[in-house]
Design a protein. Structure first.
Length: 189
């Protein structure tokens, strides 16, 4: 080997050509091996990068879908909250209406009782008058007229009471059904 320890020197002051060429071939082979290894690593990294880009695209698409689903869910939640608010307002209105109907019913019931008392009083008075003057011929005609009038009043009072009572019962049934539906919907929510 020569002074530098890599090549043998020749007589004319140079290096041995075979040694230089052998060294260059060795360096070339080492470089080729290193380039191959780096190229393989680069190809592996490129494949990983492509996989990551594809995965990123997939995740972006999933994110967009999830964001759209979230927006839909939020819109549905808002609609449900609005419906709930409207249902609560209806329930409050129905409660107020129910209280008013109950008060009206109680009032009509009182009127009905008064009418029945009046009717009973008239019936008793009629019987008294009838018994007192039953034997008088001119009074008998008047009694017949009063009895007809009394019968008409009785029928009118009963008819009015039944109609009012039936109407109140229908309205109360509607209110109760509405409240039941609202309670069921609220329970489901």
């Amino acid at each position: 080997m020569g002074e530098n320890g890599l090549f043998k020197t020749t007589l004319f002051g140079g290096f041995n050509k075979k040694d230089v060429l052998k060294y260059l071939e060795g360096v070339k082979a080492a470089n080729a091996k290193e380039i191959k290894e780096i190229s393989e690593k680069l190809n592996d990294e490129i494949e990983k990068n492509i996989d990551l880009v594809n995965r990123n695209d997939t995740l972006k698409q999933q994110t967009e879908k999830l964001e759209a689903q979230l927006a839909d869910a939020q819109e549905k939640q808002k609609d449900i909250e609005n419906e709930l608010q409207a249902a609560q307002e209806q329930a409050q209105a129905a409660g107020a209406k129910s209280e008013q109907l109950a008060a009206d019913y109680a009032s009509l019931e009182t009127v009905c009782k008064e009418l029945k008392k009046t009717f009973q009083a008239l019936k008793t008075e009629n019987e008294t008058i009838k018994n007192t003057i039953l034997n008088l011929p001119f009074v008998q005609e008047r009694i017949a007229a009063l009895q007809a009038e009394n019968q008409t009043l009785k029928e009118d009072a009963q008819s009015d009471d039944r109609e009012q009572f039936a109407q109140l019962e229908k309205e109360l049934d509607l209110v109760i059904n509405r409240l039941d539906k609202l309670n069921a919907e609220e329970a489901e929510a």
